[in-house]
Design a protein around this ligand. Structure first.
Ligand code: ADP
Ligand code: ASP
Ligand code: MG
Length: 407
């Protein structure tokens, strides 16, 4: 078999842990497999580097910031390759540009365009383990780029897709994907198998165990993903195509995202082209909008409410004041912004065939006196915006209320 093993920050968090990683890779090779290893920076390192960059300059979407934060993974690949050699194995390290992980030029959130698997095949042919830096790539001009926080997951799955690997193993500090974050809700249960679609929703709604793009890539190229612990041998969670058994349960997971802010523009004229102008202004400023709700009043006005990433919340208001002052008021007096919100969601493919999931979710929140500010749904998820102070309470109540808690 051809196996890609991706090790996250905690799994390579110390020299001892890197020795453990080396043992795992060597064991897989000795079992007869070809092994490519993708590693993250040591835990805390990317934050430290980002902190240094921010001391000098605010804008994180900058070419030089990527030059700085990509170094964490460079240290890790060197050390892991050395650890494999020290343990008697053969290994070679690769940085993003050496495997030719070519990306677009969107610094800090680049997307992979292509990968040249040839250097890795040469490495396998000479009996070596390929140790590849996660998170980083190179654009067509030779600039170093990074793939967004958690991006080593995406490197792992992308390498697996390029090599047509049999599996991409994601080694992390929990032993699989749980019904909710096990570090927040101790009664969370490990899920044995989950569909790509559900995992996509969980990842996009706040479960950081896999980066969203890694799941998109796995789904697109049919890479089976096995999320498991680097500290034990136990079977983790398989992310695979949906099967009929998965529909039996209505809700498979609960998530919370704390990084959004809510903006309302009141008393807009009830006529065509208004939403277009507002969202064109935001799109031109590269602000990604998540939920959108519009309410038509009977007096000829509408209120428009939407959510944006918390980090963009001030910039969104400034953009609207600058671009559409006739709609929001010259001083933004028709804008109301709230940065103290969070989004709780329940996810499950079973929702398609089970009635009453929304009713139950609203009932559970109401019983705790939690007010729902916005609601949005898709075929397999329901999300509610609530005050941020209720985030943990809401997750616990929904998790228990939908019967997800373990024995
Ligand atoms: P790594 O450094 O290995 O990439 P991350 O910190 O990015 O690890 O992701 C693992 C963490 O994801 C866990 O420690 C856990 O707190 C968090 N997490 C959030 N939601 C979930 C979930 N539903 N299942 C498992 N882990 C989750
Ligand atoms: N080191 C990067 C981060 O902390 C990438 C990763 O760990 O996946 O976001
Ligand atoms: Mg991660």
């Amino acid at each position: 078999m051809l196996i890609v093993q991706k090790f996250g920050g905690t799994s390579v968090g110390s020299v001892d842990r890197m020795r453990n990683v080396a043992q795992r890779c060597i064991a897989a090779q000795q079992a007869g497999h070809q092994v490519a290893v993708v590693v993250s920076a040591m835990s805390g390192e990317t934050n430290r580097l980002l902190g240094l960059a921010r001391q000098v300059h605010d804008d994180v979407n900058d070419r030089e910031v990527d030059v700085i934060i990509a170094t964490g993974e460079q240290v890790s690949v060197g050390l892991v390759a050395l650890a494999i050699r020290a343990a008697g194995g053969k290994a070679r390290s690769f940085l993003g540009h050496q495997v030719k992980i070519v990306t677009d030029s969107a610094f800090s959130r680049a997307r992979i365009v292509s990968i040249d698997a040839e250097p890795l095949r040469e490495c396998f042919a000479s009996g070596e383990i390929a140790v590849i830096a996660g998170f980083q790539g190179v654009d067509e001009h030779g600039n170093i780029t990074t793939l967004g926080r958690g991006g080593s997951d995406t490197t792992g799955v992308a390498i697996a897709a390029a090599l047509k690997a049999d599996v991409c193993e994601i080694y992390t500090d929990v032993d699989g994907v749980y019904t909710t974050d096990p570090n927040v809700v101790p009664s969370a249960r490990k899920i044995d198998r989950i569909s790509y679609e559900e995992m996509l929703e969980l990842a996009s709604l706040g479960a950081k165990v896999l980066q969203l793009r890694s799941v998109e890539m796995g789904m697109k190229f049919g890479v089976p993903i096995h999320v498991r612990s680097s500290f034990s041998e136990s079977e983790g969670t398989w992310v695979v195509p949906e099967d009929s058994k998965m529909e039996a349960i209505a809700v498979s997971g609960v998530t919370v995202a704390r990084d959004e802010a809510k903006i309302t523009v009141e008393d807009l004229p009830d006529t065509h082209g208004i939403a277009w102008r507002i969202f064109a202004a935001l799109a031109d400023a590269s602000i990604v909008v998540d939920m959108i709700v519009q309410n038509q009043a009977y007096d000829g006005t509408v209120d428009l409410t939407f959510t944006v990433p918390s980090l963009d919340h001030k910039r969104s208001m400034e953009t609207l004041i600058a671009q559409v002052p006739d709609l929001v008021g010259r001083a933004g007096e028709r804008i109301k912004a709230d940065n103290d919100i969070c989004k709780v969601s329940v996810v499950g493919v079973g929702m398609r065939s089970h009635a009453g999931v929304a009713k139950r979710m609203f009932e559970l929140l109401a019983q705790e006196n939690i007010n729902i500010q916005l609601i949005s749904t898709s075929e397999i998820k329901i999300s509610c915006i609530i005050a941020r102070k209720y985030a943990e309470l809401a997750v616990r109540v929904l998790h228990d209320g939908f019967g997800l808690a373990g024995a």
